[in-house]
Unconditional design. Structure first.
Length: 467
C-alpha cells in the first residue's frame, strides 16, 4: 500500500472516512450498513448482500458480500464467497483500499491466512479508519490464538479512531486475551462511557470479571446490560446471554441457566456455527455441574448433523463432535473420521493445530463418551497445552479443561482432580458446582474438614443467590 497512514483520498467515503469508489447512493448506504453493523453486531450488515446483487460493478459491496459468506463459518462459504470475489475483481473501478480488501478476501478463500493477515496489516497501515479490516484481522488471529496480534492491529488504528467506541471495545477484548486485565477493563469502560450499549465492550468486561472471580458483580453487570441486547445479531445476542449464564451457573442457579438457554441461547439462528457451539458448551457445563438437561441435546443435534464432515475450524469441529456424541448420534463417528483426515489435509498454517491439539482433544471427547475416562485423561492432557492454537477465547476453551476434569473424576484420579479443582478456585472461589465437587473429592480422600469447608462455601453462595 503506497498511501501514508491516515491518508484519505478525495471523493466518496464510508461513515468512518475510509475512501470508497464512486457508486450509487444505495450501494454506499449498504456499505455503511455492513461496516457499522459488523462493528456493532447488528443484522443490518446483511444489507450489503442485496446491494452487491443489485450493483455488480461495485468492487467494495461485492468484496464485503464475500466477507459475509466467509464469516458464516460453513463448508460452503468459500464457494459462495468466490462468486462475489469474481465480481469484485471484475469491477471497472476499485481504489487502492478496495484492491487491498479484494486481495484479503482472495487469500482468505484460498485458506492462506498468513497472506490474508499480512494484507490486513497493509490496509490498516495505509487506511487506519478501516475498522472493518481491524475487526477481520482480530477475528482471524483469534481463530489461531495469536492474541498479541489482536492488540497490535488496534494500536495501528487507535489515533485515527479514538472517538469510535467500537475500537475501544476491540482493544478491551484483545487486552483480556493477552491477560492484561486492568488494561482490558479500562478500555471496556472507556467504550461504555462513550456508548453504553456497546456489546463487545460489555462482553470483554464480562470476561475480565469471570477471570478475576468477580462473580456477583459480573452477574449484576451483565443482567443490567441485557436490557440493551435486543436488536443484536444472532451471535452477539446469544453469546452475551451465554456469558450471563456462566455467572448464574457459578452461583448455583441452575434453573435460571436452563431458562436462559431456552429463552435466549437456543432461540436465534440454529443453523449458525456460533449459536450451535454456544448451545453445546452451555449444555455440557450444566451436566458437568450435575444438572439434568432433558432432551435438549437431541434438539441441538438435529442441527449439528449437517456438520458431520465440517472441519472448517478445529475449535468449532470439537464442539460439533461433543454435541453429536452427547446426543448419541452416529454422525459423531463420521466427524471423528473427518478430523482424522484433516490432520493430513490441512494447510501448513493450521496443520500442527489439527494434529497436536484438535486430534487428541477429539479422541478424548470420544473416549469419555465411550466410557473410557482413563484414555480421555491421557488424550485431553496431551491436548490442553496446545489448545490455544485451535482458536476461541479463554472462557470458551475452558470447556476442554472441564472435560479433562470430568474424565479425572470418572476415572477416580482424585488426587489429581483435587489439584485441578483448587486451582480453579482462583477464578471461581465460591462457585457452587466447583465447591460441591471439592467436597465430594475431599470426602473420598479422607479429609472431612476440607470437605466441610468446601460444602460450606457452596451453601453460603446458594443462600446468597436463592431466588
Amino acid at each position: 500500500m503506497s498511501p501514508a497512514a491516515g491518508h484519505r483520498t478525495s471523493g466518496p467515503a464510508d461513515y468512518l472516512g475510509s475512501p470508497v469508489s464512486p457508486c450509487e447512493p444505495a450501494t454506499l448506504a449498504a456499505v455503511d450498513d455492513f461496516v457499522g453493523g459488523f462493528l456493532t453486531y447488528e443484522p443490518r450488515a446483511l444489507a450489503v448482500l442485496k446491494a452487491a446483487d443489485a450493483d455488480a460493478e461495485s468492487a467494495l459491496a461485492n468484496a464485503y458480500a464475500g466477507v459475509l459468506h466467509m464469516l458464516g463459518e460453513h463448508m460452503a462459504a468459500p464457494a459462495k464467497a468466490a462468486a462475489y470475489l469474481g465480481r469484485a475483481e471484475a469491477a471497472p473501478m476499485a481504489n487502492e483500499r478496495e484492491r487491498g480488501i479484494i486481495a484479503f478476501l482472495r487469500a482468505w478463500i484460498a485458506d492462506d491466512i498468513d497472506a490474508a493477515l499480512a494484507i490486513a496489516d497493509e490496509v490498516v497501515e495505509a487506511f487506519p479508519t478501516d475498522l472493518a479490516m481491524v475487526k477481520l484481522s482480530q477475528y482471524l488471529n483469534l481463530n489461531r490464538g495469536d492474541f498479541p496480534a489482536m492488540l497490535r492491529i488496534t494500536d495501528a488504528a487507535l489515533a485515527a479512531n479514538f472517538a469510535v467506541p467500537q475500537l475501544h471495545g476491540m482493544r478491551a477484548f484483545a487486552y483480556e486475551q493477552c491477560h492484561l486485565l486492568a488494561d482490558a477493563e479500562a478500555a471496556a469502560r472507556q467504550a461504555l462511557h462513550m456508548h453504553i450499549r456497546e456489546p463487545w465492550a460489555q462482553h470483554a468486561l464480562a470476561h475480565v470479571m469471570l477471570t478475576q472471580g468477580r462473580i456477583s458483580e459480573g452477574g449484576e453487570f451483565m443482567d443490567a446490560a441485557s436490557e440493551t441486547w435486543a436488536g443484536l445479531n444472532s451471535f452477539m445476542y446469544t453469546h452475551n446471554w451465554w456469558h450471563l449464564a456462566l455467572f448464574h451457573l457459578s452461583q448455583g442457579r441452575g434453573e435460571r441457566v436452563l431458562e436462559i438457554y431456552d429463552r435466549h441461547c437456543w432461540t436465534q439462528d440454529r443453523t449458525y456455527s456460533q449459536d450451535q457451539i454456544g448451545a453445546v458448551s452451555l449444555l455440557a457445563r450444566l451436566e458437568f455441574a450435575g444438572l439434568e438437561v432433558g432432551e435438549r441435546w437431541a434438539g441441538v443435534a438435529e442441527h449439528l448433523v449437517e456438520r458431520a464432515e465440517d472441519v472448517v475450524q478445529p475449535f468449532l469441529s470439537l464442539q460439533y463432535l461433543l454435541g453429536l456424541a452427547r446426543a448419541g448420534r452416529p454422525e459423531a463417528e463420521t466427524l471423528m473420521a473427518a478430523i482424522e483426515r484433516r490432520v493430513h489435509e490441512a494447510p501448513a498454517h493450521s496443520r500442527r493445530a489439527w494434529a497436536e491439539a484438535a486430534l487428541p482433544a477429539a479422541q478424548a471427547i470420544m473416549a469419555l463418551e465411550r466410557g473410557r475416562p482413563g484414555a480421555a485423561v491421557e488424550r485431553m492432557g496431551a491436548a490442553l497445552p496446545r489448545l490455544v492454537e485451535v482458536g476461541g477465547s479463554h472462557a470458551q476453551r475452558d470447556l476442554f479443561e472441564q472435560i479433562f476434569l470430568e474424565a479425572l473424576l470418572r476415572d477416580g484420579r482424585l488426587s489429581r482432580a483435587q489439584q485441578v479443582l483448587e486451582l480453579r478456585r482462583a477464578f471461581d472461589p465460591d462457585g457452587v458446582p466447583l465447591n460441591l465437587a471439592l467436597a465430594r473429592v475431599y470426602d473420598s480422600l479422607g479429609l472431612p474438614e476440607l470437605a466441610a469447608r468446601a460444602a460450606s462455601r457452596a451453601l453460603r453462595t446458594q443462600e446468597r443467590h436463592a431466588c
